[in-house]
Design a protein around this ligand. Structure first.
Ligand code: MBD
Ligand code: FE
Length: 298
């Protein structure tokens, strides 16, 4: 018997289009459209501090000039770089490229001033406004959703260890093929995404499936750079979370899986040892794991 939450979650799934495989163009364009709809986008470009812009732009251009000089970059290489930069923009891949290769450095700077649960990058595939559920919750999934079932439980506390009532876990993840709903064509909207309210003691239980590793699309400009450089395009399997509560700083993080591929070679360099789950087999083919979150005051 479906619970009310499950019925709500199922109702949140749209019917879908025909069977095509995801392409870089799908996910790049979707990630750009998604970023344009965020508050970060509308508040971007407000910096009017000339000294700050001068310092950052001068340092960034200086670093580029230094690379050109040190590596004796040629005119054909310069023109190839120009073409590639145009391709990234035209393919809508700036959010993907920047979140894969640059965001981790920004996050590491932000983390210097943070306490509580360790954070990591947001990435390009967050979508706000997903189905609201209460614990114990089952994430919206297709009737035949592939993957090992996972029961994810824990408690949200403050930095003194006191339970945080009213905590909310906004969770999103890839499916068992490594694809995200909203960014790949054949997945129902809202699949494997949900906003889960914990109980009065901050405790939660979220039932989902274990995601697969994520591969940067190989048919777009970001993938072209990765293959031209001989790198691999993979991120280890992960769950994304925004954990929030009134009066607390929201934690943006990801949880990974012990023993999983690419844990030591994440293309996005976003793995931290504190964020690795080690689920136990329950015996019926499903797994369970506990992870507690600590929120500092806002
Ligand atoms: C992802 O799934 C992701 O989490 C990041 C950070 C970048 C690209 C794809
Ligand atoms: Fe991700």
């Amino acid at each position: 018997m479906p619970t009310t939450d499950e019925a709500v979650a199922q109702a949140a799934l749209d019917t879908q289009t025909g069977p095509t495989s995801p392409t870089a163009a799908d996910s790049g364009a979707s990630a750009s459209a998604s970023f344009r709809s965020t508050e970060q986008y509308s508040s971007a470009g407000l910096t009017t501090d000339t000294a700050r812009v001068d310092a950052l732009a001068r340092a960034l251009l200086g670093a580029v000039h230094q690379v050109i000089s040190d590596h004796e970059v040629t005119y054909p290489e310069f023109q190839a770089a120009k073409k590639w930069l145009m391709d990234v923009g035209e393919g809508g891949e700036w959010p993907l490229f920047l979140d894969v290769f640059v965001e981790h450095a920004v996050e590491e700077v932000a983390a210097r001033k943070q306490t509580g649960t360790v954070g990591t990058i947001l990435g390009p595939y967050y979508l706000p406004g997903q189905v609201q559920l209460t614990t114990p919750a089952t994430l919206p999934a297709r009737p035949d959703e592939a993957g090992t079932p996972l029961a994810f439980r824990g408690q949200v506390t403050d930095t003194t260890g006191a339970p945080v009532p009213g905590a909310v876990l906004d969770i999103w993840q890839a499916d068992e093929q490594g694809y995200y709903s909203g960014f790949a064509p054949d997945i129902p909207a809202g699949n494997l995404r949900g906003v889960v309210t914990a109980d009065v003691e901050g405790r939660f239980e979220i039932r989902t499936i274990q995601p697969a590793p994520y591969q940067v699309p190989t048919d777009g400009p970001t993938g072209a750079l990765i293959s031209a450089a001989g790198w691999h395009p993979w991120r280890p399997a992960h769950l994304h979370l925004l954990v929030s509560a009134p009066g607390r700083r929201t934690v943006t993080t990801q949880l990974y899986f012990a023993g999983g591929e690419y844990l030591d070679s994440d293309v996005a360099e976003a793995v931290k040892p504190e964020l690795v789950l080690d689920p136990t087999d329950v015996g019926d083919g499903s797994r369970e794991v506990t992870y507690d979150f600590v929120l500092e005051d806002a």
